[in-house]
Design a protein around this ligand. Structure first.
Ligand code: ZN
Ligand code: ZN
Length: 76
């Protein structure tokens, strides 16, 4: 049994590392907050705002331009 605070610290760091490697597929900017598709497509908030008219028809889900998968805005 490891102590829980260490586990928490580790998973937080892993999360940060993972975010660092994810850059927006549109502008290549590495953002601290982006939208991800399960296929790996990543888009930053700025690009999502700019392209929302093309990716979303209802403001609740957006369609990945790579694989056509519907992704919810709320489940990030
Ligand atoms: Zn972008
Ligand atoms: Zn996708």
């Amino acid at each position: 049994m490891q102590n829980t605070s260490d586990n928490k610290k580790l998973s937080y760091r892993e999360k940060k590392e993972r975010q660092k490697t994810r850059s927006c597929h549109c502008c290549k900017v590495i953002s601290s907050f982006s939208w991800y598709c399960r296929c790996g497509f990543t888009i930053c908030q700025d690009c999502m705002k700019e392209t929302a008219w093309g990716l979303s028809c209802n403001g609740i889900t957006w369609v990945c331009p790579d694989c056509g998968e519907q992704n919810g805005y709320g489940n990030q």
